[in-house]
Design a protein around this ligand. Structure first.
Ligand SMILES: NC(=O)c1ccc[n+]([C@@H]2O[C@H](COP(=O)([O-])OP(=O)(O)OC[C@H]3O[C@@H](n4cnc5c(N)ncnc54)[C@H](OP(=O)(O)O)[C@@H]3O)[C@@H](O)[C@H]2O)c1
Length: 189
């Protein structure tokens, strides 16, 4: 059986722990970003999680690409794939979300699950969460919130964020129906 391939957009920052966990589970992980540096981010993520870096780490494929040029990004990803991707995780700024997801859609296996990650910014509070972009791909939506901290609140840590997104990935891979999940406290719109 060929390797399962996960395409993770925006996976070299706070989602590095999520990408590392996929690698540890035997996935090949393709990571487009402007400044490939996943090796460093992944090592930081596994240390924060209390694990040693895994031997699977070299199975990460980093690609230099910018959301601002979605066709070029998709073409660069395509040249690295030996079969369509089995999973898409997308943490993409709302400005680029539609163009980038539509550009990479032809690279996905039919019905491959999608996990879309959103922050809970003002636009979402006013207009509500956008509909999933890709028809035909069951989509789990994740909204990142905040955590109470003393009398105020703080952003989620990278580990909390990655763990929350990973939980959605597992729901997606189990074939659970599309749904929306909050990580931390999300202001209700
Ligand atoms: N609710 C929350 O808890 C919440 C929500 C948002 C942010 N934050 C906090 O804010 C910090 C910074 O957030 P962030 O939004 O910068 O997220 P991040 O996950 O740290 O980084 C963004 C990811 O997207 C990639 N990326 C960004 N612009 C890109 C582009 N034009 N083309 C291709 N890839 C691109 C980055 O790689 P390259 O830079 O190499 O392109 C990176 O992989 C986080 O570390 C987190 O602590 C918290």
């Amino acid at each position: 059986m060929s390797d399962r391939i996960a395409l993770v957009l925006g996976g070299t920052g706070m989602l590095a722990g999520c990408a590392s966990a996929l690698l540890a589970d035997g996935w090949k992980v393709v990571l487009p970003s402007r400044r490939p540096r996943f090796g460093l981010a992944a090592r930081a993520a596994v240390v924060a999680a209390g694990h040693r870096p895994t031997a699977a780490e070299p199975r990460a494929r980093e690609i230099a690409a910018d959301w601002a040029r979605p066709a070029e990004l998709a073409e660069r990803v395509r040249t690295t794939l030996d079969h369509p991707a089995d999973l898409l995780v997308a943490w993409v700024h709302s400005t680029y979300r539609e163009s980038v997801l539509k550009a990479v859609a032809p690279l996905l296996a039919p019905h491959a699950p999608v996990v879309e990650v959103h922050d809970s910014g003002a636009a979402h509070r006013v207009h509500g969460l956008p509909e999933p972009i890709l028809d035909g791909h069951p989509t789990q939506q994740v909204v990142l919130g905040h955590v109470k901290h003393g009398s105020g609140r703080r952003w989620l840590s990278h580990r909390e964020t990655s763990d929350g997104v990973l939980a959605a990935v597992h729901r997606a891979l189990e074939g659970k129906p599309p749904s929306t999940h909050h990580v931390g406290d999300v202001d209700v719109w």
